[in-house]
Structures are given as C-alpha cells and as structure tokens.
Design a protein around this ligand. Sequence first.
Ligand code: HEM
Length: 442
Amino acid sequence: MQKLPLVSRLEVIKNSKRILKNPLPFHRENFEKFGDLFRVSVAFEGEIVFTRNPKIVKHILQKQHKKYQKSTLQTVDLAKYIGHGILTSNGEHWRTHRRMVQPAFHKKKLHNLMGTIRSAIKVELEDIKPGVILNAYPLMSNLAFQVVAKSLFSSEDIREKMQELQHITEVNQRMLIKEMRQPYLKWWFNLNGTIKKHLKLAEDGQELLNDLIESRRKSKIEKDDLLDMLLQARYEDGTAMSQKQLIDEVLILFTAGHETTANALSFLFFLLAKHPEMQEKAYKEVKLVDLDSEDVLPEILKLKYVQHCIEETMRLYPPAYIIDRVSLENDEIDDLKIPKDTMVLMSIYELHRYEQFWELPNDFIPERFETLDKKKYQDYYYPFGAGPRMCVGNNFAMYEMILAVTEILKKYRITTNLKTLDINPLISLKPLNVELKFTARI
Ligand code: HEM
C-alpha cells in the first residue's frame, strides 16, 4: 500500500472548492497522472484507495466479496434517516433480508406489475407541457417515485401521502449530502438542532408508512404487489418481518429506486435530444409495439435499440458512479496488499469511459451494445454493480425505463438548446437543469 501513489491532504485542500462542486475531473486528473490505482489522504477517513482497475473491481465485488463490506456512509450515515434495510446493512442482517426481498423482484412477479408501472408512468407524463422548454428532472423524479409507490401500494389512493414521503426523502437526502460534504460542521448541525429536525422528519415518513402497511394488513385483501410480497416473506423459522423491518425495507426501495432511475431517464432524454438520428431510430422501433397488449412485457423486450440506448446512457452517466467497500481482513490482489479496514472507492464512471476498453469512450453510440459481446464487457461495465449485492431492482428499473421511453417517444419529439449538460455528482450522479422541449408528434 505504501508504494501506491498518494494524493496528499494539502493537494485535497488546495482543490477542495472544485472537488465540492464536482469531484470527477479531480479523479480523472489523478488517474491520468498515477494510473489505475492511487491513495487519497482525507481529513476524517485517513486514506482512501481509488481504483478503476477492472481486475480489482471484480475481485472486490465478486470473487472475494466476503472479505469486504459497505462503508459506514450507507450503513450509519444514510441508515439513520432510512433505517436498516438491505441497502444499508451488512453481514448476516443483510444476507437474511436480501433472501427475503429478492423474490419480490423475480421476473415472473414483475410481469404481473407491468400494468401498474405503465399506468403510474402515464399519469406522471400528463404533466408534460408540449412545446415549451422545461426542466425534465422534476418530471422524471416524480415518475420514478410514483412507479415505486404504485408497485408497492398498487390500489390504494396514496398520491398525497406519497408526495409527502417524496418530500421527506428528498429533503433528508439533501441534509445527508450537507453532512458528507461538510463533515467539519457536523458538531454544529448537532448543536443547532438541524440533525434532530431531519430525524423527526424521517420519523414522520416512517409513521406514514406504518399506517399504510397497517391498513393493508387489516384489509386482508391480496394485491399481488411488492408490499404483499414483503408481507408474505418468511425467515427460515417461518416467522414474518417485524413492522419496523418492513418499514425499513419499503423506505429502502424508495431511496434506492427513485433517484437512480430519475437520473438515468433524464440523461437518456437529453442524449436522445442531442442525437436526433438515434431518437428517430428508437422512435421507429417503439412505433411498432402495442403497449395496450394484454401481455406487455414480451412487447417491450422486443425493443432492442431502446435497451441499447439505456445501456449506453448508463455507461456514460452511471447513476451509481462510485461503489465503496471496506476490507474486513488483510487481502491480496496480485502484488497489491490491502490491509484490513481499508476503504476502497471503485470509480464506475472512470471504468465506463476508459479508452483501453471502449472505443470513442465519450461518445453516445448505442449501437456498440449491438455488437459487443456481453461476456467481454461485463468486466468493465457495472451500472447495477455486481456480485451478491448487485442491484435487486435491475430488471424492474430496465422495464420501467423502457416503458417510459416508449410512452414518451410515441407521443413526442424531444429537442434541446443545451450544448452540454452540467452534472452534479452527489450520492448519485445527477444532471443539472435538463432543459428539454417535448413537441407533440402529429
Ligand atoms: C437506473 C436505475 C438503478 C441503478 C443504476 C441502480 C444501481 C444500483 C447499484 C450499482 C447497486 C449496488 C451498490 C453497491 O454494490 O454498493 C444497487 C443496489 C440496490 N438497488 Fe438499485 N439501481 C437502480 C434502480 C433500482 C430500483 C428501481 C430499485 C427498487 C425498486 C433498486 C433497489 C436497490 C436495492 C434495494 C439495492 C441494495 C441491494 C443490496 O445491497 O443487496 N434499485 N442499485
């Protein structure tokens, strides 16, 4: 480890202003200077290892995943607002609950949810004002939130309650970012009651979910939605999840499934607006599918070009642009020795744009996924992570995005006056001011 190049604390302090705004150029400069692996000296964490080496990423996420766990950023800092569900836990607690949550996302189960997801998307798309330039991000954010909401609580009339929950989720996420970006002010946030105020908000959100879950239990009506799946899940001894655990898992699904999808969709519509010829190619494909068909899933799975557009978007703008792990014991990868308790940040953003693996890495070329051998690129393409902690909602997210693209492209032509899109890498990689115009197709 000592042999690895080190970015000194002084260097970090000197660059702190621009790192706060957008750390990606700083990462890039150091990767270019030092190669695929370097250390950064950070005030409160000691040293962090950064990597874009595919062998190391595969080793940590897949081959030797048992030697690593998530950092306290998710299991403590995020968990204090959204509880200990599968996104925010480690070890046996994670393993047990992953086993229980995963069946809800089985392809067969998602098949039954397609109608619900589609109608949630259609309701949200009514907010599009044709012919005017608008920021598409809030639209996509509402869409992604309501899709998770309706998939969990399929038939309840919950719009208002969900808007309140969305507000709480977003406000608390912003607070968490403040805490992460200004760790030296944590004492002040504690002292002036800011943290307490946000923890109270989190409690209000939990209370709201508690009431919804309670009334579902009392109704005794089977709905075949995600909540029913979680209610029916059993531990090995045959018992069900406690109410507290259920609330935590439900909150996790909102948190993990909402912003990531909203980001990917916003980037995607921007890229299609910038590349009208590709938008036209995708339109020609969606024009032919019948979304009113009884069985919509096989219909949307025919949309190969749309899928490649989504895959290419998440290559260029992976919502989970960095994945972190901490070593639980001493480990070795070739001649690299990783001591216990080392924090490793794997830059998915850098890996996805590495010229060694991708031709014209900064260009939007969905066609590359037509020809790329899946086996070949799986070692340097991780939009949904990999190994046992891979995104549990990956199929859900893909189906949702294909449906959203299909609904929109069938109705609108998308354009933009933006030359480039500014990004805002926070917990996830977010776009800023996605100014788009949706013109009705005649
Ligand atoms: C474009 C959309 C999405 C992207 C890019 C994405 C990406 C990811 C990634 C990279 C991870 C793994 C993180 C790690 O290994 O540290 C993850 C985990 C997770 N995702 Fe997603 N996700 C998306 C949508 C969703 C949706 C729609 C849901 C649920 C409704 C969801 C639920 C989860 C959960 C619960 C985990 C934690 C899994 C575990 O640790 O066992 N995600 N996601």
